[in-house]
Design a protein around this ligand. Structure first.
Ligand code: CMC
Length: 389
């Protein structure tokens, strides 16, 4: 096979160069376009961070306003697209509904499919940023049998999303500023994470010159996996199972260590961070404050904190450098905000969208881009003669 390097899971292989996100996994550092995540979390907004990731620099107030206005103008879904939501079973998980509808956007917006036409790329960017939260909210409304509201463009992206998820046509939706701020923060923390599984998927699909909607739809499907974005939902299931069974946390950790039935401590471990995930640090610090204000489930938070305490002093986790990742505490906050568990990974997808778009756009402009095409080590039969019959 010549000069082929064998690296399952791309543990040591850089598939691209990128100027978007910097991670130092040993030191627990994360920066978007050079800005530390801690500072962005404290001072910025999800919209501003989206602009930063996609266009490379922080916007001026006028640039941010123009970006915001453009997104607001494009929130409406084509009425025919809304018919899609009736085609899925009532108990459908919103992630495959989201990826299907995002894929379908390429049939409705055929004027924004060319990856090498700057204006079309810009339209696809704005349309995805504007419409994906609306699609996600509709998937939720459908699953609970409530009518879908039209977006209200007097609101920004995050406010609009909350109203579409929780508002009903018969009542005025009272926006809770605590929820708006907390959701905005969580979206910032998820906005990019360099070449993770879903982003690499977006790049891989895009490397064949597939359009942005198709590439992002593929990314959503990758994110759905429980080892990736699906972990936030899996963490809550794990915490609730521990709560309901009354199993002592120490015993559960023992089962994880013994790899009993392949059980893992969900929300722990990371391919790149061999230190505390800086995003998890921020989420943990705010979880208490937010849960206090929103009246979250204290018992589940206590189980989570106890799990962390036990794991961080246990040889198994210490020697493997396993720390809580971003997904460990987020589910508790989403739950306190009123989101059903099925929506947790959808929230991750909305947060990660500007990162996917930024990476896709960077790749399309990169003269070194080639179609993604890994090699293999063939382990099958040597040449065999077809039997004569
Ligand atoms: N619980 C128990 N053991 C673990 C865990 C865990 N959560 N994570 C890793 N290990 C063990 C693993 O079994 C292996 O042990 P050994 O050396 O005895 O075989 C060792 O630690 C190294 O792990 P790995 O699986 O080789 O590491 P990886 O880089 O391939 O996997 C991971 C990274 C995130 C998939 C993995 O840590 C995991 O499955 N975590 C739980 C799921 C999770 O929380 N995912 C969210 C990741 S962060 C946000 C996101 O990307 O969505």
């Amino acid at each position: 096979t010549g000069n082929v390097t064998y690296d399952p899971g791309f543990v040591n292989t850089a598939a691209t160069s990128s100027a978007i996100t910097f991670i130092d996994g040993d030191k627990g550092i994360l920066r978007y376009r050079g800005y530390p995540i801690e500072e962005l979390a404290e001072h910025s907004s999800f919209l501003e961070v989206s602009y930063l990731l996609i266009y490379g620099n922080l916007p001026t107030p006028a640039e941010l306003d123009a970006f915001d206005q453009r997104i607001r103008r494009h929130t409406m879904l084509n009425e025919d697209l809304k018919g899609f939501f009736n085609g899925f079973p009532r108990d459908a998980h919103p992630m495959p509904v989201l990826s299907s509808a995002v894929s379908a956007l390429s049939t409705f917006y055929q004027d924004s499919l060319d990856p090498f036409d700057d204006e079309q790329v810009e339209m696809a960017t704005i349309r995805l940023m504007a419409k994906m939260p609306v699609i996600a909210a509709y998937a939720h409304k459908k699953s609970i049998g409530q009518p879908m509201l039209y977006p209200d463009n007097s609101m920004n992206l995050v406010e609009n999303y909350l109203r579409l998820c929780f508002g009903v046509p018969t009542e005025h939706y009272e926006m809770d500023p605590v929820v708006v701020k907390a959701l905005d923060l969580l979206l910032i923390l998820h906005a990019d994470h360099e070449q993770n599984c879903s982003t690499s998927t977006v790049r891989m699909v895009g490397s064949a010159n597939a359009n942005m909607f198709a590439s992002v739809s593929a990314g959503i499907n990758a994110l759905f996996g429980p080892l990736h974005g699906g972990a936030n939902e899996a963490v809550l299931n794990m915490l609730r199972q521990i709560q309901e069974s009354g199993e002592p946390v120490e015993k559960f950790v023992e089962r994880v260590k013994n790899k009993e039935d392949g059980v893992k401590l969900m929300g722990f471990g990371h391919r790149v961070y061999k230190n505390y995930d800086p995003r998890a640090k921020i989420v943990k610090a705010t979880a208490h404050e937010i849960l206090e204000k929103l009246g979250g489930n204290d018992e589940l938070l206590e189980i989570a904190m106890r799990l962390e305490e036990v794991a961080l002093t246990d040889e198994y986790f210490v020697s493997r450098k396993l720390y809580p990742n971003v997904d460990f505490y987020t589910g508790l906050i989403y739950k306190a905000m009123g989101f059903p568990e099925k929506m947790f990974t959808v929230l991750f997808a909305i947060g990660r969208l500007p990162g996917w778009i930024a990476q896709w756009r960077e790749m399309m402009k990169d003269p070194e881009t080639k179609i993604g095409r890994p090699r293999q080590l063939y382990t099958g039969e040597p040449e065999r003669m077809y039997p004569s019959r």
